[in-house]
Design a protein around this ligand. Structure first.
Ligand code: ADP
Ligand code: MG
Length: 211
């Protein structure tokens, strides 16, 4: 992993989320409390402000600081979960450089596993995990099969979108939406959508860099 790529990804993700303000806000207003976009915007702004501090750091240290910053800025239910994702990535990177796509896939999978444990949630509960779990599964399967990088990133984007859309028909059993019971049906989960936007954006960036 390269710190430079992490910084580019932060900028691209910030732009993509800002472009989805109205949509993310209304998704969380429908089945939550309406603050999901503003939580993410605050987190992104804090990370952008850390650019010069992060740039000289080895990737493991940069990822660790990103996780700690997200923990203290995003708030809500999603803050600690996004934070856990990054501190787990940091741990894996520290243990031995993540470089091949196979290693990136394994690190991603470990970080999604950490989110599951932290939030005591799994697939089918109408959360960000319904985007992240299929992505981890697809990423692992295609790297194991030695698929071409572009094919892998395309498949990841498709898995993220399908996972995000699958939350529309689910009842929530975790998070605020769980209070709504059947009334949550028909609405996409805001965290599933924001995670899908983030993954789509980073996969696009990775594809550009392959050429
Ligand atoms: P809050 O729900 O506290 O207002 P946010 O609006 O920032 O926090 O985030 C809401 C999102 O967090 C939900 O859409 C869902 O995807 C995610 N979420 C909530 N609880 C969990 C959990 N236990 N596991 C995974 N994701 C969760
Ligand atoms: Mg909310």
């Amino acid at each position: 992993m390269r710190t430079e790529f992490i910084l580019e990804a932060i900028e691209a993700v910030n732009n993509a989320l800002l472009n989805s303000e109205a949509e993310l806000e209304s998704l969380d207003r429908e089945i939550g409390d309406g603050d999901h976009f503003i939580n993410l915007k605050r987190g992104c702004a804090a990370l952008l402000a850390m650019h010069d501090e992060l740039a000289p750091l080895p990737p493991a240290d940069a990822l660790q600081r990103i996780g700690m910053k997200l923990l203290s800025t995003i708030g809500g239910a999603s803050g600690p979960l996004f934070a856990t994702f990054f501190t787990t990535l940091a741990k894996v990177e520290k243990a031995g450089n993540i470089s091949s796509l196979t290693e990136i896939a394994a690190a991603f999978s470990a970080s999604v596993e950490a989110i599951k444990q932290r939030g005591k949630a799994g697939a089918g509960e109408k959360t960000m995990l319904d985007t992240l779990i299929p992505v981890a599964e697809t990423f692992g399967r295609l790297t194991a099969a030695n698929a071409a990088p572009v094919e892998i990133f395309d498949a990841i984007q498709q898995a993220a979108e399908a996972g995000m859309l699958s939350t529309r028909d689910m009842i929530a059993t975790k998070g605020r939406a769980a209070f709504l019971g059947e009334r949550a049906i028909g609405h996409i989960d805001p965290g599933a959508r924001s995670s899908q936007i983030i993954i789509h954006t980073i996969a696009d960036l990775a594809k550009q860099q392959i050429g």
